[in-house]
Design a protein around this ligand. Structure first.
Ligand SMILES: *Cc1c(COP(=O)(O)O)cnc(C)c1O
Length: 481
């Protein structure tokens, strides 16, 4: 039945548009000649062909409008504009997850953006010593900074922390054994699972202890002639409570060193400053791990550090050198863009007093609830007036999350705009979905979250209040929700 119905629509559309003009003729129309001048013949011809094809044999034939010269030229112009519109868009992340992996994690500091701008357009001294003329390694840009900030002897950087873990295991373990607690065989999401990473690196995983409890004896018993390293993976995205036990880092370092193998920590987030001073829970710091005897620590550049996507590897010279010599490193290296942004971000840490002001990630995390609530009070009536009587707009205290597996279980008191469909009941879920979609379609898409029958816009991460308010009327124009 359905198939038959569809067939009939297509047939009639095809009949209506059978005598559409040829691509050749369309390209000669004055309106289209102007497009050719603007965009070039190749693109315009390609899009004209596609448009006419669509018009000829599709049920959506109204795409060519009145099917007049103006109608087709207009549709062609729109189509080209749409085809050339950037796919990456700035969005308002109002999900309540501050470092949202799907939304690109940490926004960069102004200093990092300026550094990117300076280096993007031109050749740079990436691997060229301007004093001696020697060619070297791009790590020189960040190595001393990372050593200064963490107390490490040496450091390197790769594409992300997953790459940092892979490279470290591959360089330090080879085909030998990596000892890891069963309580730390984590999955980070996006297919990063510790057992798979080990396999991929070529190492043999030796699991010790149990899911909830691992003891010193478990590690000592596992040590043998084939042991290559002891790994600690920070359980960044879950919390384990109750009858649990794990071995502290200093002890693990001692066991490893007695066996003359390195102790490696995958820290995940790894904050370079103590977050307690900003009212957050303490997140383990790379410098603490090193002080407790870790030989190598890996962590992300775009989680709590607040910089570009990168994987930082810091530690003892002996091991970092081995990591740098591993051929895989060349495949995982970062571009001059990452280097430029990372260098500028790390510089900010030299002035910790101004860090919360200058580093957007920290600024969002440390933002006082009172300030967010005041913002919610100002914006709620504006949104209410745009949405009209179909929705009830209020504001309420909510809890933001840090995201990206940082400080799991910790929530931050925040405030949100709360939108509920009036009347509730049947169809209100669909109504909320339509509203959410309309918000995604705004010039700067607004991404909230739906919970308990309401659309929540957590304002912790909203700083450009004026830009947010300015585009609200477009929501009314969109209508249809
Ligand atoms: C986030 C995380 C990773 C992966 O880091 P990316 O920078 O996302 O590649 C690895 N290990 C831990 C413990 C993490 O938290």
């Amino acid at each position: 039945m359905t198939a038959q119905g569809d067939g009939a629509t297509v047939d009639s559309a095809c009949a209506r548009f059978r005598d559409l003009p040829s691509v050749h003729r369309v390209l000669e129309w004055p309106g289209v000649v102007a497009l050719v001048e603007q965009y070039g013949r190749t693109l315009v011809r390609h899009e004209a062909r596609a448009l006419l094809e669509q018009g000829r044999c599709s049920a959506q034939a109204e795409i060519v409008g009145e099917f007049s010269e103006e109608g087709i030229a207009h549709a062609l112009r729109e189509r080209i504009a749409e085809r050339l519109a950037p796919r990456t868009k700035e969005v308002f992340n109002l999900t309540g997850t501050v470092l949202h992996t799907n939304l690109g994690r940490a926004p960069l500091a102004d200093a990092a953006v300026q550094s990117l701008e300076r280096t993007m357009r031109s050749a740079v001294n990436l691997e060229f010593d301007l004093k001696t003329g020697q060619r070297g390694d791009r790590d020189w840009l960040i190595e001393d900074l990372l050593c200064e900030l963490t107390g490490a002897e040496a450091a390197t950087v790769v594409n992300n922390n997953a790459a940092a873990v892979l490279l470290t295991i591959s360089a330090l373990a080879g085909r030998r054994e990596v000892i890891v607690s069963r309580g730390e065989l984590i999955e980070i999401g996006g297919a990063f699972r510790m057992p798979d990473v080990m396999k991929c690196a070529g190492a043999k995983m030796v699991e010790v202890g149990t899911t909830n409890r691992t003891h010193v004896q478990d590690y000592s018993d596992a040590i043998g002639p084939k042991s290559a390293l002891i790994l600690r993976a920070h359980a960044s995205n879950f919390v384990m409570t109750g009858f649990t036990a794990s071995v502290e880092e200093a002890k693990l370092a001692e066991i490893a060193h007695r066996a003359q193998i390195p102790f490696v920590v995958d820290l995940g987030s790894g904050s370079l400053v103590d977050l307690v001073q900003y009212g957050l829970a303490h997140e383990p710091m790379p410098q603490e791990m090193l002080a407790q005897g870790a030989d190598v620590v890996t962590f992300s550049g775009d989680k709590l550090l607040g910089g570009p996507q990168a994987g930082l590897i810091v530690g003892k010279k002996q091991w970092i050198q081995k990591i740098k010599r591993q051929p895989l490193r060349r495949a995982l290296r970062v571009s001059k863009l990452t280097m430029a942004a990372l260098e500028a971000t790390l510089f900010l840490y030299r002035q910790p007093e101004q860090l919360a002001e200058r580093l957007p990630a920290l600024r969002m995390l440390a933002r006082p609830q009172g300030q967010i609530a005041a913002l919610a009070r100002r914006l709620a009536p504006m949104l209410a007036s745009v949405l009209g009587p179909a929705f009830l707009v209020s504001h309420a205290p909510v809890q933001s999350e840090i995201g990206s597996g940082s400080l799991p279980g910790q929530v931050l008191p925040s405030a949100a705009l709360v939108v509920r469909p009036c009347g509730g009941g049947r169809g209100s879920g669909a109504k909320l979905q339509r509203l959410a979609r309309a918000m995604w379609a705004l010039p700067v898409p607004v991404i909230g979250r739906i919970a308990d029958g309401a659309l929540l816009l957590d304002l912790r991460t909203l700083f450009d209040e004026a830009a947010f308010a300015a585009q609200l009327p477009a929501l009314r124009a969109a209508g249809g929700f």
